[in-house]
Write a protein that binds this ligand. Structure first.
Ligand SMILES: Cc1ncc(COP(=O)(O)O)c(C=O)c1O
Length: 381
């Protein structure tokens, strides 16, 4: 199978990730930070190592400010529901995933007001439209780093500056970029960076979380055992315990640590270069095929390794089905959990076929996909 669905989850993982999950389950699968015996200490050290690797990746020394949870959806729910109060206003964009839009919609029932800034038909955000939306009660800007539909980058440095100048909390969803694109929470003025472990961070599914800047306080979603301050019935305020209760997904975190170590060893710039080369090669090859429509930023512009297309005369589901069944190629059709992004680019009625590339994809695989698309379009024309 040629796997071009890395924006949904990366596959395969580096060999070291499989090995570390297995090692955790077999050799030190105790409860981290709880019991004080050697296995528990070992598990705790691996969790700490994952926090430190993540902190290094996003350029902060504050590894305690990295909080683990289930995935970026879980992190965004914690952040959105813990940060916003009745009467607050929040700004987001029309290119967001439902993991931002649905919690915000839910918060409207609790008196939170949302402005969704419309992006253009390529998914690009005009900063002045965000600036114009700021009101006296605006509390936060919440924005994806890159669209999971078109790969279009949002201007996060500019948004960070704008947030800082206006005293807003800047929250970024790094689901499509962490592990491939440089993220510096200090230089970019990011107050809360949410991440998911199973995409370009190359870890297993079931682990994600967020970085939170000192001085920002959220209502925690749950209280419970943390292994710290057990004498108190009041949930601890210290980080990361405030937002982490209950036994974590230690095998998942161990796998994520291995994924992060792999990224560090290969070099994020080399991973990026490879994925950009593959994406550019695919775009160049398919732009010559009659009948294919490519969405998003112009071909010469940089984009995350995500390409959405359609073939006139076929539904996106049909194309993906044919690619899977006849050509052994995995893509994702439909709306990609981002309905407003599809409204923005004009594909809400039919969705798109999304090709998303990862570090393990090759030009040879792209050639096979191009051949398949050539044949499918010929059936139509
Ligand atoms: C931009 C973006 N945000 C959020 C998510 C949700 O990720 P998860 O399912 O890991 O919570 C995705 C996943 O598709 C995404 O692409």
């Amino acid at each position: 199978m040629i796997y071009f669905d890395n924006a949904a989850t990366s596959y395969p993982k580096p060999e070291c990730v499989y090995k570390e999950v297995d090692r955790c389950m077999r050799e030190y699968g105790a409860n981290p930070g709880r019991s004080g015996h050697r296995l528990s200490m070992h598990a705790g050290r691996i969790v700490l190592e994952a926090r430190e690797l993540l902190a290094e990746l996003i350029n902060t020394k504050k590894s305690d400010n990295i909080v683990f949870g289930l995935n970026v959806t879980d992190a965004l729910n914690t952040v959105i529901k813990g940060l916003l109060n009745e009467g607050d206003h929040v700004i987001t964009t029309s290119m967001e995933h439902n993991s931002v839009l649905r919690p915000l919609k839910q918060m409207e029932n609790r008196g939170v007001e949302t402005t969704i800034v419309q992006c253009d038909s390529k998914g690009e955000l005009e900063l002045s439209n965000v600036a114009k939306s700021i009101k006296p009660n605006t509390k936060a800007i919440i924005c994806t780093h890159a669209s999971n539909v078109t790969g279009t980058f949002m201007p996060i440095e500019d948004l960070g500056r704008l947030s800082r100048e206006n005293g807003l909390v800047f929250v970024v969803d790094s689901a499509q970029t962490a592990g491939v694109y440089d993220i510096d929470v200090n230089a970019m003025n990011i107050d809360i960076l949410t991440f998911t472990g199973h995409k370009s961070l190359l870890g297993p599914q079931g682990v994600g979380g967020f970085y939170i800047r000192d001085g920002i306080d959220l209502r925690q979603m749950r209280e419970g055992g943390t292994g710290s301050m057990s004498e108190s019935l009041v949930h601890p305020e210290i980080l990361p315990d405030k937002y982490e209760s209950g036994t974590p997904n230690t095998p998942g975190i161990a796998g994520l640590a291995a994924g992060l170590q792999f990224i560090k060893e290969v070099g994020i710039q080399n991973i990026r270069k490879h994925e950009e080369t593959i994406t550019k090669y695919f775009l160049e090859k398919i732009s010559d095929i009659e009948g294919i429509k490519i969405y998003g930023t112009s071909l010469s512009k940089n984009r995350a390794p995500v390409v959405s297309i359609n073939i006139e005369g076929k539904t996106s589901a049909d194309i993906s089905f044919i690619l899977d069944g006849e050509y052994d190629i995995a893509t994702r059709p439909g709306l990609h959990c981002a309905p407003l992004a599809h409204k923005t680019i004009g594909t809400f009625d039919r969705g798109t076929v999304r090709f998303s590339f990862g570090y393990f994809n090759t030009k040879d695989e792209v050639d096979k996909a191009v051949e398949a698309l050539n044949s499918i379009t010929k059936e139509v024309y």
